[in-house]
Each structure stands twice: as structure tokens, then as C-alpha cells.
Design a protein around this ligand. Structure first.
Ligand SMILES: NC(=O)c1ccc[n+]([C@@H]2O[C@H](COP(=O)([O-])OP(=O)(O)OC[C@H]3O[C@@H](n4cnc5c(N)ncnc54)[C@H](OP(=O)(O)O)[C@@H]3O)[C@@H](O)[C@H]2O)c1
Length: 339
């Protein structure tokens, strides 16, 4: 019997928090590669917060996924048939083939991975897009100096965990913010941050202030919302704020209740001469080789640690993305689609 492939498509655009019914699982015949193409079988699918943005048609930096189209996503796949001279059967490649078990590719945008260098799943995490986001945002915009204080939220996650560890390598004090005692313990005890605060604690703002006795020089913004409210009064003059993500706002359907705090923000920007700069990882694509060289080396030396949160089976991707947006993941969220 012919093998059946599966894919998850966007069925509806979510309003607020996505629901399982916003996704649809479909079966389709495994496609055959045309001349110049390869057939890819997905091993690993990366789940990332940006996927919530692709489900919405609000104007953004990237095109939304269309209704009925396969959900977008980074993947590690095995080449199972090849009509392309650059790839052989059995090659493992990094691609962006989305939430499906099989895909065709003409090879554009595929990068071969060497399983001897690192577990191939790391190409979606610490040695992939999230790691590169941490490296470039911190070093190109944050520019931490020895002795300065760097604060990052979602600190146990794919991006935040690398931000704090790279800050430490550069000689800065790293303070993490994470949801819950287990995540905070991991960030401090295993990743080696100087401190980590639970943003759900009722006295979070006071604890953050106590953890940053010399103020904040770099705030790597991953979440926005109430966390930013606690961070804002602590900035030192000339602090740098790479704005990487605003996950606390991704499911929001309206602005938060007043009072309007924009004048407060602008006053701080002026009087403290703050640098606030948004970025998308591929703005710094030219740094890819530097990133791979440095972070591979730091991983080998044990100076950077990472953690993966693995869910089995493509069919579980929707519930897992819904959970990721609420902090249910603990480490880089991956779906094992096939062995
Ligand atoms: N600009 C870019 O190019 C780029 C690239 C990659 C990622 N990003 C952004 O970087 C951020 C982190 O991404 P990631 O892949 O590393 O995800 P992640 O940290 O592995 O997972 C997301 C985490 O966000 C935290 N979170 C969710 N809702 C929150 C809330 N209301 N307040 C505070 N924290 C909340 C949760 O951690 P806690 O349980 O600890 O709260 C959750 O585990 C996201 O904002 C993402 O959009 C941007």
C-alpha cells in the first residue's frame, strides 16, 4: 500500500488564543520528486512563537499563512529520494518545510547537517534560528560590556537561555526572568545566571530591583507586557534594549487598560538616552558563520548549555504551540515527527 503523508493546515484565523479547531490535519499521497527535486521526510519540526503571527493577517514583517495552507515551520529532514546532484539519499538537511511529514524541494534554502558535529535537532535551537537570534541581538544591539547588568525574560527558553549565557561569557552580570520556581532554578543553577526572578510572583518588581542593584544596562526584550513595566524604571543612562519579541502580546485582541504609559516610556527614552531597537534575526544574516563558529565552540567547551522540550507526533503540534504561547514549554520546543 502506498505510504500516506500528513500535514497540518491553517483552518481558521484565531481570534485571541488559538484553538485546536483553528488547525486541520490532512492526509495526502507521498509526492514524487521531479527532475532537480528531492523528497524530504521530516524528522524534527520546530515550534516557535512567531507562528502565532503567521496565523494572523495583520500587517507584519512576513507574509501570513493562507487559509488551507500548510503551517510554516523550520524542519530537520532526511532526503529519502533525490533527483538533485547536491543531495544524496540519507542526507540530513535543515529546511523550512512546515508542519508536514513529507515535502518536495528543489534544494533552495536547504543546508546539509553533519550528525557527527552535533545532534541534528540543535540546528533548530541553540545552533539554529533561536541561537542566532540571541547571539546577534545581544552582540549587535545590546553590546554588553564586562561588569554591566543584562536582563532577559523567557530566560529558560530557546532564545533567552542563550542570551544570558553569552552575556556571562562577555563578562556581564546576567539576570533572568522566567515563569515559576522550576524554570528559575534551572536558569540559575544549571545555566549559571547570577539570578532569576519569577515574573508571576506578587512582589516581582521589588525582587527584580533587588537583583539589579546597579540598574540595568541591557534589557533583551522577549515578552513585553507587565515584565517591561517592571524593567522600565531600572534602566541606567545609555541602556540598550534589543526588541526581539513581545510574546505577552501575541494573543491580545485589544490594547491593555490605561493609564496610557507611552509618555512615561518616551520620557525615559529621552532623559536616559535609551537605545530601543527592534530586529528580526535575518537582519544579521551576514553573521551566520560567526554565530556557528562561536556558539559551536562554546557548546563544545560546556560554556553554553541548552535544553529541549520534545513532543512526539505531528498531530500534537497544535496543542503544543497553544501551550508554548502560555509558557508550558521548558526549553526549545520541538516535535519529533519521525525517528
Ligand atoms: N526577532 C526575531 O527574529 C526572533 C527570533 C526568534 C524568537 N523571537 C522571539 O523571542 C522570544 C522567545 O522565543 P523562544 O523561541 O525562545 O521561545 P521560548 O522562550 O522557548 O518560549 C516562549 C516563552 O515565553 C514565555 N512567556 C509566554 N507568555 C508570557 C508572558 N505573558 N509573560 C512573560 N513570559 C511569557 C514563557 O516562558 P516563562 O514560562 O518563563 O514565562 C514561554 O516558555 C519570543 O518573543 C519570540 O517571538 C524573535
Amino acid at each position: 500500500m502506498a505510504e500516506t503523508a500528513r500535514r497540518i493546515v491553517l483552518a481558521f484565523r484565531p481570534v485571541g488564543e488559538p484553538k485546536s479547531s483553528d488547525f486541520r490535519l490532512e492526509e495526502f499521497p507521498v509526492p514524487q520528486p521531479a527532475p532537480g527535486e528531492v523528497l524530504l521526510r521530516t524528522k524534527w519540526l520546530s515550534l516557535d512563537p512567531y507562528m502565532r503571527g503567521r496565523m494572523s493577517d495583520a500587517p507584519s514583517y512576513a507574509k501570513p499563512v493562507g487559509i488551507g495552507e500548510v503551517m510554516e515551520g523550520g524542519t530537520v529532514s532526511e532526503v529519502t529520494a533525490s533527483n538533485n546532484d547536491r543531495f544524496a539519499r540519507g542526507d540530513i538537511v535543515l529546511g523550512h518545510t512546515g508542519w508536514q511529514t513529507h515535502a518536495l524541494s528543489n534544494g533552495a534554502g536547504l543546508r546539509k547537517l553533519d550528525p557527527k558535529l552535533a545532534p541534528v535537532s540543535t540546528a533548530l535551537g541553540v545552533l539554529g534560528m533561536p541561537g542566532m537570534t540571541a547571539y546577534t541581538g545581544l552582540l549587535e544591539i545590546g553590546k554588553p560590556q564586562a561588569g554591566e547588568t543584562v536582563v532577559v525574560a523567557a530566560a529558560s527558553g530557546a532564545v533567552g537561555s542563550a542570551v544570558g549565557q553569552i552575556a556571562k561569557i562577555k563578562g556581564a552580570r546576567a539576570v533572568g526572568i522566567a515563569g515559576g520556581a522550576d524554570k528559575c532554578r534551572y536558569v540559575k543553577d544549571e545555566l549559571g545566571f547570577d539570578d532569576c526572578l519569577d515574573h508571576r510572583a506578587s512582589d516581582f518588581a521589588a525582587r527584580l530591583k533587588a537583583a539589579c542593584p546597579k540598574g540595568i544596562d541591557v534589557y533583551f526584550e522577549n515578552v513585553g507586557g507587565a515584565v517591561f513595566d517592571a524593567v522600565l524604571p531600572l534602566f541606567n543612562p545609555f541602556a540598550r534594549i534589543p526588541v526581539c519579541g513581545l510574546i505577552a502580546q501575541y494573543n491580545a485582541t485589544e490594547l491593555p487598560p490605561g493609564p496610557n504609559r507611552l509618555p512615561l516610556l518616551m520620557r525615559s527614552v529621552l532623559t536616559k538616552r535609551l537605545l530601543i531597537r527592534g530586529f528580526i534575526v535575518w537582519d544579521f544574516a551576514a553573521r551566520l558563520d560567526d554565530f556557528l563558529r562561536d556558539v559551536s565552540q562554546w557548546l563544545k567547551e560546556g560554556r553554553i548549555k541548552h535544553r529541549e522540550d520534545i513532543v512526539e507526533g505531528l498531530e500534537n503540534a497544535p496543542a503544543t504551540l497553544i501551550g508554548l504561547l502560555k509558557g508550558k514549554n521548558f526549553g526549545k520546543q520541538l516535535v519529533r515527527v519521525a525517528e
